[in-house]
Ligand binder design. Structure first.
Ligand code: ZN
Length: 140
């Protein structure tokens, strides 16, 4: 796995929206957003919303979570490639049985409570991904 777990915990706390930056020079999208294009170094970038479905590229199941995340055990952390922008995002999967996760599985973003600071009462929200909710009993 390319991403370290400590980096995941740092990043997820700062991501309340699914936003990247698009370079006006080379057209590529940086995620997480950056004031400098990570591909060509241009500073001519604009923020764009990346709220779109993606597919699971790879995932890791974590059975021991840091303090404050215990209610999510086991945790499923995945790299999801967004369908349109092709941006890869490190995220948590929710509402899914770890046994049922497959490479290429389609997931959609949803805003969820990430953690609660017991001392200050501050609740952190973040973007996580889940299998799409298909209403009406559509089995396809
Ligand atoms: Zn660029």
């Amino acid at each position: 796995m390319r991403y370290s777990i400590p980096r995941f915990w740092r990043e997820i706390k700062s991501h309340y929206r699914l936003v990247g930056t698009k370079c006006r020079k080379c057209g590529r999208i940086s995620y997480p957003p950056s004031t400098t294009c990570r591909y060509c170094g241009s500073r001519d970038v604009e923020e764009i919303e990346l709220w779109e479905r993606g597919r699971v590229v790879t995932w890791t199941i974590i059975y021991s979570a840091p303090e404050g995340f215990n209610e999510y055990k086991p945790l499923v952390i995945a790299i999801v490639e967004l369908l349109e922008s092709k941006v890869k995002i490190l995220t948590r999967l929710t509402d899914v049985d770890p046994e049922e996760i497959r490479e290429g599985m389609i997931v959609e973003p949803v805003l969820r409570r990430i953690s609660e600071d017991g001392e200050t009462g501050i609740i952190h929200y973040g973007v996580v991904f889940r299998p799409p909710i298909t209403g009406g009993g559509d089995e396809s």
